[in-house]
Design a protein around this ligand. Structure first.
Ligand code: IPD
Ligand code: CA
Length: 267
């Protein structure tokens, strides 16, 4: 099956909205919602909604494109034969979701031959939907978005996040101790995909985090880059598990240099 980025995006967006409706509706019955299991540590909560949303997304994508590959946060991966791989986080911001905070999202990206070509991040609580196709700009609810014009790290509002492992968190906190005095302020909103979209929309000037997984980064990273952000890792690496940074160009150099000096890509 041929893969046109706009068609992949349309399928991703329709599916993300349907999954978003499912998780939002289930959230309204959260008191009855049982915790289905745990991931790496007890604070990493996997709710039944994660599992149900990923199953729905899988079903819809495979119904439309049965031979594609799939990588989801909850249920592992399936190899495909078309060169298209779907990279899916059914609920990014699981802890926010659990606590009834409105910063969570469904994130779906389409990778073609290993390159992210289309992505959608949908926040069912706010109704906001960011989309992008490679080379086609980034959009929020159909309107183009652009990164901020901030040109100094000292004036930058910087988002970050923490992993679930206590040792990793202690190291992230030590880095943050040095970042806080160098910036306007810090935000920890609790959903990496939405943090990346916040950079795309100029709601943050920059965002960085160590330990992201492909499903946290794939759609939001494309959206941030298409909105004009520098999206990268440290020491010339691409954005990835070691470190992912998304920043408006006027801030990216200074933030990269600071994070490299602090060894933010190492435990
Ligand atoms: C997490 C969130 C959080 C980030 C973590 C992610 P999840 O994803 O994006 O903001 O700090 O690194 O694992 O577990 O809510 O899907
Ligand atoms: Ca996630």
């Amino acid at each position: 099956m041929t893969a046109d980025a706009a068609e992949l995006l349309a399928l991703a967006e329709k599916t993300a909205r349907e999954a978003g409706d499912l998780v939002r509706d289930r959230r309204e019955a959260v008191e009855r919602m049982a915790v289905a299991g745990t991931k790496s540590t007890p604070t990493d909560v996997v709710t039944e909604s994660d599992t149900a949303a990923e199953a729905l997304i899988r079903t819809r994508l495979f119904a439309a494109r049965p031979d594609d590959g799939f990588l989801g946060e909850e249920d592992g991966s399936v190899a495909g034969t078309t060169g298209v791989d779907w990279v899916v986080d059914p609920i990014d911001g699981t802890v926010n979701y659990l606590y009834g905070l409105p910063q969570y999202a469904v994130s779906i990206a389409a990778q073609v031959d290993g390159v992210v070509r289309a992505g959608v991040v949908h926040n069912p609580a706010s109704g906001e939907t960011w989309t992008a196709v490679l080379g086609g700009g980034a959009w929020l609810d159909g309107r183009p978005v652009r990164v901020s014009a901030c040109s100094s790290l000292s004036l930058a509002l910087v988002g970050t996040g923490f992993g679930y492992d206590a040792g990793r968190r202690a190291r992230q906190a030590a880095v943050l101790l040095e970042v806080v005095p160098a910036v306007r302020d810090i935000r920890r909103a609790g959903a990496a995909a939405l943090d990346l979209c916040a950079v795309a929309s100029g709601r943050l000037d920059a965002y960085y985090e160590r330990g992201l997984n492909p499903w946290d980064l794939a759609a939001g990273g494309l959206i941030a880059a298409e909105a004009g952000a520098v999206v990268s890792g440290l020491r010339g690496a691409p954005a990835g598990n070691d470190l992912a940074l998304a920043a408006t160009p006027g801030v990216a150099g200074e933030l990269t240099a600071l994070l490299e000096r602090l060894g933010a890509d190492r435990d």
